[in-house]
Write a protein that binds this ligand. Structure first.
Ligand SMILES: Cc1cc2nc3c(=O)[nH]c(=O)nc-3n(C[C@H](O)[C@H](O)[C@H](O)COP(=O)(O)OP(=O)(O)OC[C@H]3O[C@@H](n4cnc5c(N)ncnc54)[C@H](O)[C@@H]3O)c2cc1C
Length: 374
């Protein structure tokens, strides 16, 4: 059986049941079959619990996944952000400890970077981490906008380990367990979509067991991870984007909106821009030292996806403007896929670094324009 047929058959067999699988159980199902971390390298034929797939096979997996009715992944922070960071900066022991549970779909991670007052200006982090005498740290402070913190088993946290330090000096990239009652409190934040994917997280002497990349090197590790979040990890995302665009085009044809020349031109523009994004991603795939590439990628996909959300509700006509059911305090909003895309995509130009911040990076580090006053 060729790889594409194997993927298609597996997804069809495992998605046959309705309703859709519960996201956490689905992660374990994916992991059990070896579909998580399929692109991770291993040494001498060894793996960290994942199957090893070639680059074309990884693309096939992403394509087939996006085309299927599989739920949005809950384990993407561990798989696509933490794992590559550990592979680059972690010790062999850290890789062996953390990668296999991620590959099995058993351990979910969240990202503890942003704080009130330290979002775009991430170097303003005030969360502290003090050595606790047992090789670990006691972490105290507040994080905000922490996606999936309520469900996560672990968190990677950027914290100040040198108490006298300022800005990006004296920070460390720490790993901690989220199950620390009394020392970690997670408070969900209600979003525009009515759901609460992200949260406030309060640490009060929470124990962090490990430091990735060494004390004081947190900024370098954190930036390596962010470059991935903005750039390379989005190649697979574009395959999902193509599927979403296909659905918006189909809705525009069905509703008659596609007969409007302005809508047609906007749909064509989305298609052309998606192709530009794909080419940019392929061109910069191996250019790890290019300081502008992740920012250009982030600017391209954030705005593109937001405009797709706007088109999705516009082509639905009146139905796009109102929910299928009235809002209630218990149930909140009931949104169809187009409305959900429209509302959630407002965040695309913010998370992972806002558009303004990406433009500043390109202006200062690529074009050599004068630095903005700070
Ligand atoms: C859906 C979603 C999920 C997220 N998930 C996570 C997560 O899991 N973990 C995590 O750590 N964070 C997460 N974030 C936080 C995200 O990284 C921050 O929201 C983002 O970096 C912006 O920071 P801020 O919200 O503090 O806004 P601010 O930094 O206060 O910015 C407010 C506005 O001012 C602009 N601005 C700020 N500085 C400048 C400047 N120098 N020049 C020009 N304009 C400027 C910004 O572009 C923005 O428009 C998430 C955010 C969203 C929306």
């Amino acid at each position: 059986m060729d790889f594409r047929t194997e993927v298609r058959t597996w997804l069809a067999d495992h998605l046959a049941d309705t309703p859709a699988p519960e996201p956490r159980a689905w992660e374990r199902e994916l992991g059990g079959a070896g579909w998580i971390g399929i692109g991770w390298p291993g040494e001498d034929g060894e793996t960290y619990g994942n199957r090893r797939a070639t680059l074309p096979e990884q693309v096939v997996w992403a394509e087939e996944y996006a085309r299927s009715t599989a739920p949005a992944r809950m384990g993407h922070i561990g798989e696509n952000l933490l794992a590559p960071t550990l592979i680059t900066y972690g010790t062999e022991e850290q890789k062996r400890r953390h990668l296999p549970p991620v590959a099995r779909g058993e351990s979910l991670w969240c990202q503890g970077y942003s704080e009130p007052g330290a979002g775009s200006d991430l170097a303003g982090i005030r969360t502290t981490a003090t050595p606790d005498g047992t090789g670990g740290y006691a972490v105290t402070g507040q994080k905000i906008w922490t996606s999936l913190a309520l469900d996560a088993d672990h968190c990677f946290v950027l914290a100040r380990t040198d108490p006298g330090s300022t800005r990006h000096h004296g920070l460390s990239f720490l790993l901690l367990d989220m199950d620390q009652p009394g020392r970690i409190e997670v408070r969900p934040i209600r979003q525009l979509t009515g759901t609460s994917e992200f949260n406030e997280v309060f640490f009060d002497g929470a124990r962090a067991t490990e430091n990735v990349g060494g004390e004081g090197n947190g900024w370098r590790v954190a930036m390596g991870l962010l470059a991935r979040e903005r750039g390379v990890s989005t190649l697979a995302q574009q395959i999902g984007f193509a599927e979403e665009l296909g659905r918006v085009v189909a809705a525009a044809v069905a509703s008659g909106a596609a007969e409007d020349p302005v809508i047609r031109a906007r749909l064509v523009r989305q298609w052309a821009e998606l192709d530009t994004m794909r080419r940019h991603a392929l061109r910069t795939l191996g250019a790890t030292g290019d300081p502008g590439a992740p920012s250009v990628a982030k600017l391209l996909w954030g705005g593109w996806h937001q405009r797709l959300g706007e088109l999705a509700v516009e082509v639905s006509g009146e139905a796009g403007a109102v929910g299928p059911e009235p809002w209630t305090a218990e149930r909140g909003y009931e949104l169809d896929a187009a409305q959900h895309l429209f509302l959630f995509s407002r965040a695309d130009t913010i998370y992972g670094g806002s558009d303004e911040i990406q433009r500043n990076i390109i202006a200062e580090r690529v074009l050599g324009l004068p630095r903005e006053p700070r």
